[in-house]
Design a protein around this ligand. Structure first.
Ligand SMILES: CC(C)(COP(=O)(O)OP(=O)(O)OC[C@H]1O[C@@H](n2cnc3c(N)ncnc32)[C@H](O)[C@@H]1OP(=O)(O)O)[C@@H](O)C(=O)NCCC(=O)NCCS
Length: 147
């Protein structure tokens, strides 16, 4: 297997196309017409640039994580790793870096929503110390199905 020199850095708007391409390769569901549109990502990046993380091997994007901070909790979103580079700890490194940044902003609770079929993601977050709360149901109100 090729030698990887993994580096985590903030994603910039110039990484947008690579980020969408990675999510497609990774089979990560996302909302290109809604909160993942270029304009929506640009606005979020302007507010919280430090919360957009990319894992790179030289210039090749292998992993992403977009953290968010609602002022009460930190959240992990859009975690994806290139299918050819899974099982090498890339997701764990992205999570650790996002946690460090969220803690630096004073967040003491960090949460993630995981779809019930996603056993890899569930195992990953549990291995990183996240406790599963089965008593919570997720409800949302959407202005539009694409958002
Ligand atoms: C979930 C995902 C991000 C994991 O990325 P990864 O870089 O392969 O994960 P890591 O190598 O950091 O794994 C760390 C730990 O998570 C757990 N884990 C990761 N993938 C797993 C799998 N397929 N099955 C079981 N446990 C898994 C293991 O405990 C692993 O530790 P180990 O390698 O020592 O056993 C990746 O599979 C992915 O991109 N999936 C598609 C997108 C997705 O589902 N994103 C999450 C949305 S909430």
């Amino acid at each position: 297997m090729e030698e990887i020199e993994l580096r985590i850095r903030q994603l910039r708007l110039g990484d947008y196309e690579a980020m969408i391409a990675l999510w497609e390769r990774a089979g990560l569901s996302h909302r290109p017409e809604g909160r993942d549109s270029r304009a929506a990502i640009a606005a979020q990046m302007e507010r919280d640039p430090e919360l957009f993380l990319g894992a790179f091997n030289r210039e090749r994007l292998l992993g992403t994580l977009i953290a968010s901070d609602d002022g009460r909790k930190g959240w992990m979103n859009r975690l994806a790793v290139d299918p050819e580079h899974r099982g090498q700890g890339i997701a764990k490194r992205l999570i650790a870096e996002a946690e460090r940044r969220l803690r630096g902003r004073g967040r003491r609770i960090i949460a993630v929503l995981v779809e019930d079929w996603n056993s890899a993601s569930l195992a990953l977050f549990q291995s990183c110390g996240y406790a599963l709360d089965r008593s919570i149901l997720y409800l949302s109100k959407r202005d539009d199905p694409a958002v």
